[in-house]
Design a protein around this ligand. Structure first.
Ligand SMILES: NC(=O)c1ccc[n+]([C@@H]2O[C@H](COP(=O)([O-])OP(=O)(O)OC[C@H]3O[C@@H](n4cnc5c(N)ncnc54)[C@H](OP(=O)(O)O)[C@@H]3O)[C@@H](O)[C@H]2O)c1
Length: 256
């Protein structure tokens, strides 16, 4: 395959599908991709929120409501994307859930399975659909939104973190299997100011975390969106199977 080199992360003529696209990090990625010239399909469970979010963006945006872990919803959304835009060049597996907080040793089967359904099985099924319905022949880039939690341990978020660690390994495995036509990479964010993580950053807790980060602030969705754009575009054309960490330096530790 001929190398493509550019320092300009453009997505003109490309079609991107972003799960969990209606708010937070996913919506930030949708905005960045649309601004870079992509046609974007955004999906999440609530139709009203998707319609409102799509209305905020200039560019060619479509939306489809469904559950990111359920095979029939995934297939319907991929088919809708192909009907509307004809192809999928970039898939962002961003939707995730965290229904359990507590020691991993005490988790019940229902919440363990629910976490894996959305956070691990979902990204596999989305990637299968995209691969089988065009990426295998046309090439593409898959981006899995993991977490720094997948690289570490935590007293109460262990189950979620196990799914995020599994997603990092799934990224490596699929990168090896889908090369050379499709690149598969992951992003591991630290604490980002979204609804999902509100209990971790609202009030004094956020300031404490920010002080513990060498770069002394929490993340914004734009910090992650710029990484996703780099991975989606030909700027990352020689990169696959890797995980980019955006965490204000939190993983290297030290300041308190
Ligand atoms: N925020 C952080 O600090 C942080 C840190 C590390 C990693 N992450 C990861 O970043 C990703 C995005 O998180 P976020 O903070 O942006 O969350 P968020 O603000 O809560 O947004 C989550 C998005 O996913 C959708 N969603 C949730 N469950 C879904 C499901 N079962 N099926 C389909 N869509 C679903 C939501 O819409 P509906 O509710 O309408 O479905 C929404 O669009 C996740 O993978 C998360 O694990 C976040």
């Amino acid at each position: 395959m001929a190398p493509t080199h550019t320092n300009d992360p453009r997505l003109d003529g490309k079609v991107a599908l972003v799960t969990g696209g209606s708010r937070g990090i996913g919506f930030g990625i949708v905005k960045a991709f649309a601004a870079a010239g992509a046609q974007v399909m955004m999906t999440s469970r609530k139709a009203d929120a998707l319609a409102a979010a799509a209305g905020e963006i200039d560019g060619e945006i479509a939306w489809h409501a469904g559950h990111a872990g359920r095979p029939e919803d995934i297939e319907a959304c991929v088919d809708r994307t192909l009907e509307r835009f004809g192809r999928i060049d970039v898939l962002v597996n961003n939707a995730a859930t965290n229904p359990y907080a507590g020691p991993t040793i005490d988790v019940d089967v229902a919440r363990w399975d629910k976490t894996f359904e959305t956070n691990v099985r979902g990204p596999l099924l989305w990637t299968q659909q995209a691969w089988r319905k065009g990426m295998r022949e046309n090439g593409g880039s898959v981006i899995n939104i993991s977490s720094v939690g997948g690289l570490s341990t935590n007293p109460v978020l262990g189950v979620y973190d196990v799914t995020k660690a599994a997603l990092i390994h799934l990224t490596k495995q699929l990168a090896a299997e889908l090369a050379p036509s499709v690149r598969v990479n992951a992003i591991a964010p630290g604490l980002i100011k979204t609804d999902f993580a509100r209990m971790l950053w609202e009030g004094d807790r956020g300031e404490q975390v920010a002080r513990s980060y060498p770069l002394r602030r929490l993340g914004e969705v734009e910090d992650i969106a710029s990484g996703a754009l780099f991975l989606a575009a030909d700027t990352a054309s020689w990169m696959t199977g890797q995980t980019l960490v955006f965490d204000g330096g939190g993983l290297i530790g030290f300041p308190r």
